[in-house]
Design a binder for this molecule. Structure first.
Ligand code: MN
Length: 227
């Protein structure tokens, strides 16, 4: 595990994101950090980050987590992030990698439920418990396939296990605010000199946002071609 890809993608004289200096040794003995960041970038997604081996293993979850065990959410593994990233909330400037607004949507600790005999993390199926402020209980990340293009290392599914924290309520729409600042994306964008109008689209409940997406004028006129 290394931060070289993370550092290569960013210019630290332009982005407020941390370069990363906390070492695995400095953190040893404490519980493992878990964070979910709501990120309004070229499109809205939620970044799940789990501390392991001195870095934050990272997955971009386009539709965010679901508490319903019947719902599988796509999770694209992205580059390892530094541990300091677990406290990052703010605006990544226009033109920089991942430009947009980042909101600390959930924070807490996690525990793997099963490890390999040598103490390493299973490569295909990571069963784990979350002790966050919003996300709790047992979850699983299942590796489905690898994809070479676009820098995404592999494609996973994020699924809630059936337990007392499972539910059909729409937690991403019900609880849009930051767990640290209590801000919405639009307020963070405003305070950080970001794109407030665009961030406010991320503040809409899921249902309203899909209607918004379907408006041709918004699609073509304002943002141009989107991937
Ligand atoms: Mn992201």
């Amino acid at each position: 595990m290394t931060l070289s890809t993370y550092r290569k993608k960013r210019k630290f004289d332009r982005t407020p994101e941390p370069k990363g200096s906390i070492t695995a040794a400095a953190r040893r003995g404490s519980s493992l950090v878990d964070v979910m960041q709501k990120h309004m970038a070229s499109r809205l997604h939620y970044d799940l980050r789990l501390e392991w081996g001195g870095v934050l293993l990272s997955w971009a979850v386009p539709r965010g987590p679901s508490l319903d065990p019947a719902v599988k959410r796509l999770a694209l593994q992205t580059e390892d992030h530094p541990l300091e990233y677990a406290d990052f909330e703010g605006v990544i400037p226009a033109g920089e990698y991942g430009s947009g607004t980042v909101l600390l949507w959930d924070q807490g600790t996690w525990q793997p439920e099963k490890l390999n005999a040598d103490g390493s993390l299973p490569e295909r199926e990571i069963k784990f418990r979350l002790h966050g402020k919003k996300l709790r209980g047992s979850w699983v990340l299942v590796h489905t396939r690898s994809m070479r293009a676009n820098g995404h290392r592999s494609i996973w599914l994020l699924i809630k296990h059936r337990d007392q924290y499972a539910s059909t309520r729409d937690i991403t729409s019900d609880e849009p605010r930051s767990v640290t600042s209590r801000c919405l994306l639009s307020q963070i964008a405003h305070d950080g000199g970001g794109d407030v109008e665009r961030a406010s689209i991320g503040d809409l409940p899921d249902t309203a946002r899909s209607k918004n997406r379907a408006t041709p004028a918004q699609e073509i006129g304002k943002r141009g071609k989107r991937r």
